[in-house]
Design a protein around this ligand. Structure first.
Ligand code: PMP
Length: 426
């Protein structure tokens, strides 16, 4: 297919008529398809059902340190859960706290604590500063941005590249501005582009000079075991690297089993320096007497006695990889070489980042909606929901069936081309 830009006005006009007819046909089908949020498909949830059979009323529910899991106690997690997450995140067990069912809650609470009480070693609570700011490598994860927006923290967009944020931009900003207290990072299979942080980026982030001496890296390792290819990518260990540079308190690491077992019923973890862990525990003890220890042990047993974590994640990949492949193949067939779209082809994670011509994403998402296909809102991948170029669309292919996905992609490609042709003709 030729680049659309190379077509004559008459050719574009006739293509517009074809596409409009196609779009109207889709509208007549009364579709109801959803590619908006990164949810596992039901078959993926089935993979963890055995976990529910591990305990019944006859089970001995004690942790290895003797704690009765049915009762209060064990604020920071049972030892075997700490060992599990310490291994997954390649940190020491003394550097881990086990939380509740959501890593997002841990991130929210970490910021809330910093706002009201300051961070370990910090001079004062962040709320006492004139205006706190965070760096937001974008496109990024909308819920990270929402936490900051909720607390009135200003977000500064920095460019997201294939190997992490543009570090020249990051370094220049943090060196000058004392009010920049943090940066959001999804280091492996980033949401939404699938970017993988390079060693150099990890080193520069942990070593850079920051005007704020209480600067923190919010290292959301949500997709650390979510590989889609045989290549099991390792990102340089952020805690270890920060320690080596004498900045051990800088990273806060978050992870969960949400997309490993059951989103909403998984286990979350927080990893950081021992000083940061002690500080977090102090505040956590006011918030809860302890999290769900039965669920912690259920997870540990499932992955040590029933199936290994790696084997389990391979089963997930076998279900979702064909969906990612379908997206790439459809985009290549229907949009490739037309000069109107580019997209990421990640090696893991849950999303694909799609760029359409500048100024079209909002209209494309709306058109798709009017034809029964719901996508993540345009702009959602940028702070305040504002994509400055209005071109980025996040594709979440895991939840729909292959058949639904095929239809949804056909509709989306039609909308993209239709909007692009209209733009060229205007
Ligand atoms: N971080 C990222 C990057 C995510 O994509 C998601 C889920 N979409 C989360 C965190 C949410 O994790 P949890 O369920 O542990 O709160």
């Amino acid at each position: 297919m030729t680049q659309l830009q190379a077509l004559s006005k008459e050719e574009l006009q006739s293509r517009l008529e074809e596409l409009t007819k196609q779009y109207e046909d889709y509208q007549g089908e009364n579709l109801n398809l959803n590619m908006s949020r990164g949810k596992p498909a039901p078959e993926q949830l089935d993979l963890s059902m055995e976990m529910l059979d591990l305990f019944d009323q006859h089970s001995t529910l004690h942790a290895e340190n003797g704690i009765d899991l049915r009762n209060y106690g064990g604020l920071d997690g049972i030892p075997e859960a700490k060992q599990f997450f310490a291994q997954m995140l390649a940190v020491d067990t003394k550097e881990v706290i086990i939380g509740g069912n959501s890593s997002l809650t841990l991130m929210h609470d970490t910021i809330s604590r910093a706002m009201f009480h300051g961070v370990a070693g910090g001079a004062r609570p962040w709320k006492d500063e004139a205006k706190i700011k965070f760096l937001a490598p974008s496109p990024g994860y909308d819920r990270h941005f929402a936490i900051c927006e909720h607390f009135g923290i200003e977000l500064i967009v920095v460019e997201m590249q294939e190997d992490g944020p543009n570090m020249d931009e990051v370094e220049a900003l943090v060196r000058e501005d004392e009010l920049i207290k943090g940066i959001w990072c999804v280091p492996k299979y980033s949401n939404p582009s699938g970017a993988i942080y390079s060693d150099e980026v990890v080193e520069r982030l942990t070593n850079m000079e920051t005007k704020a001496d209480d600067f923190r890296i919010f290292w959301d390792d949500a997709y650390t075991v979510h590989h889609l290819s045989d290549e099991k990518i390792e990102v340089k260990n952020v805690l270890e690297t920060a320690k080596a540079f004498g900045n051990s308190d800088r990273p806060y690491v978050f992870a969960s089993t949400s997309k490993v077992t059951f989103p909403g019923s998984g286990v979350a973890a927080f990893a950081a320096s021992e000083e940061n862990i002690a500080d977090a525990k102090k505040h956590m003890s006011v918030q809860t007497i302890g999290y769900d220890k039965i669920n912690q042990l259920r997870h540990v047993r499932f992955f040590t006695d029933v199936i290994s974590l790696e084997a389990h994640m391979e089963k997930h990949a076998a279900i979702i990889k064909p969906k990612f492949d379908l997206v790439y193949n459809t985009f290549r067939e229907q949009l490739g070489n037309k000069g109107i779209a580019s997209w990421s082809e990640p090696k893991g994670g849950y999303f694909i980042s799609l760029d359409t011509p500048a100024g079209t994403a909002t209209d494309i998402v709306q058109m798709a909606k009017e034809a029964g296909v719901t996508l993540t809102g345009a702009g959602a991948t940028f702070p305040y929901g504002k994509d400055p170029e209005d071109k980025n669309i996040r594709i979440a292919p895991t939840f729909p069936t292959l058949k639904e996905l095929e239809k949804a992609l056909d509709v989306l490609c039609t909308c993209i081309e239709l909007k692009s042709v209209e733009k060229l003709l205007s």
